[in-house]
Design a protein around this ligand. Structure first.
Ligand code: CMP
Length: 372
């Protein structure tokens, strides 16, 4: 090795990952003092290092979805944590979903507004046509005014709401934690998990909501939505880039996942293609290959629980490698960029800028190191 190259500083992958996660957490939290935040963040990160696989998880299992209302960096929601919901409740053992589905007649104008409002509701994604019609029949309109409380934390859950228009603020223990801006849904948690309302939702402006009663929600949506969120919770918890999200946001991402299947030898993504989303491996293995001098060279193999294509969510860069299904059948969960952006809104712009800055920084470092 020449003396030049021996003095080059390598930027380890782990350092890049830790700094990237820290930056995301910082941008999400927007704390007043970066140094205080960093000290606290890294202390907690150290204290929460993953324990050996068989360690007792009971403490973590007490963690609630609402525990992250600002006291600790969101990244501390480490992958071993499960939401209490997944543990506490079994929809199969619940017969609250019996009975007839309500029908609210609508004018053509109302129905087309409703269809428009539910178009992007991820929770409805896996419904069949017949179920979707039942959903549309069962929804009823509710007008709200500034200051109206739609939901109060701690109450029993009555309805689930899809937003047609209006701005709504969400509070947990009187702390503002979320705002809906003319789109989205709320009130599903109490109905999905049979528990009191997790938050208060108050209208900021005049608005229009489409509501569905508890019984209908549970009859049509409960089992599919519950299963999907539970099945994908762990997958999503294990993606470093998503650790900065609130548990609640990750759950919404689970609704957006679409199952895709491939047979051995089939290409899943092609190097150079536009990137439209990321994949989680539910079953089987894949081979990641890069073009090199007219041939493809395998750079890694990935299996169940692993993921690929995640940078597509924030950078929209062309695919850096091709990925093929290997062996037999491969089942993947696909998260498309558009759904991700709908849920994350402005955040993706912040992340994109951040990643570009990071890349420039690392490139600059590498350039300087080669010139040492
Ligand atoms: P639910 O608990 O039924 O009623 C309050 C609703 O607020 C809740 O369902 C969610 O739909 C919504 N909500 C929005 N953001 C959050 C959050 N961070 N944690 C919990 N609930 C949230």
């Amino acid at each position: 090795m020449s003396s030049d190259s021996s003095r080059r500083i390598q930027v380890p992958e782990e350092l890049k990952e830790v700094l990237l996660q820290f930056s995301i957490a910082y941008l999400v939290e927007q704390p007043p003092d970066v140094i205080d935040y960093a000290a606290d963040y890294f202390n907690k990160l150290q204290a929460n290092r993953p324990a050996p696989a068989n360690q007792d998880q009971s403490q973590d299992d007490q963690q609630s979805i609402n525990s992250q209302d600002g006291e600790e960096p969101p990244v501390m929601q480490n992958s071993r944590r499960k939401s209490v919901f997944a543990e506490a409740y079994d929809p199969e053992a619940d017969d609250d979903d019996e009975g007839a589905t309500a029908i609210f007649p609508k004018t053509d104008e109302q129905r087309s507004r409703l269809v428009e409002s539910v178009k992007n509701v991820l929770l409805f994604r896996s419904l069949e046509k017949e179920q979707m019609n039942q959903v549309l029949d069962a929804m009823f309109e509710r007008k709200v005014q500034p200051g109206d409380y739609i939901i109060r934390q701690g109450d029993d859950g009555d309805n689930f709401y899809v937003i047609e228009s209006g701005i709504y603020k969400v509070y947990i223990n009187d702390k503002h934690i979320n705002t809906y801006n003319h789109t989205g849904l709320f009130g599903e948690l109490a109905l999905l998990y049979n528990m009191p309302r997790a938050a208060t939702v108050q209208a900021e402006t005049n608005g229009l909501l489409w509501a569905m009663d508890r019984q209908t929600f549970r009859r049509i949506l409960l089992k599919s939505a519950f299963k999907k969120r539970k099945m994908y919770e762990e997958l999503l918890n294990n993606v470093p880039m998503l650790k900065a999200l609130q548990n609640y946001e990750r759950m919404n991402l689970a609704d957006a996942l679409i199952t895709k299947s491939f047979e051995g030898g089939e290409r899943i993504i092609k190097q150079g293609d536009a990137a439209d989303g990321m994949y989680f491996i539910e079953e089987g293995t894949v081979s990641v290959r890069m073009d090199q001098d007219d041939a493809e060279v395998e750079i890694s193999q990935l299996g169940k629980g692993q993921y690929f294509g995640e940078l597509a969510l924030v950078t929209h860069r062309p695919r850096a490698a091709s990925v093929y299904a290997t062996g037999g059948h491969v089942r993947l969960a696909f998260l498309d960029t558009e759904a991700f952006e709908r849920i994350m809104g402005f955040l993706t712009d912040v992340l994109k800028r951040n990643i570009v800055i990071y890349e420039q920084m690392f490139t600059e470092m590498a350039r300087r190191n080669t010139n040492l």
